[in-house]
Design a protein around this ligand. Structure first.
Ligand SMILES: [Zn+2]
Length: 59
């Protein structure tokens, strides 16, 4: 069993999530984390939202 680093659920299925270096100062030392399917989808959505926001800033 592995544990999701985000919600703490124990699961056999985890996804390795690479955290952007500027994502969160608290996670700087842990660039790779394990996420359950729900959390990995959430993180992916957040990543896309941030990319959208960044793209709008440079316009
Ligand atoms: Zn989770």
């Amino acid at each position: 069993m592995l544990r999701c680093d985000f919600c703490g659920v124990e699961t056999d299925f985890v996804v390795r999530v690479a955290i952007d270096k500027d994502y969160d100062r608290l996670t700087v030392r842990h660039e790779k984390r394990y996420a359950c399917l729900a959390c990995s989808e959430k993180k992916e959505k957040e990543r896309q939202e941030r990319m959208k926001a960044a793209a709008q800033k440079t316009r």
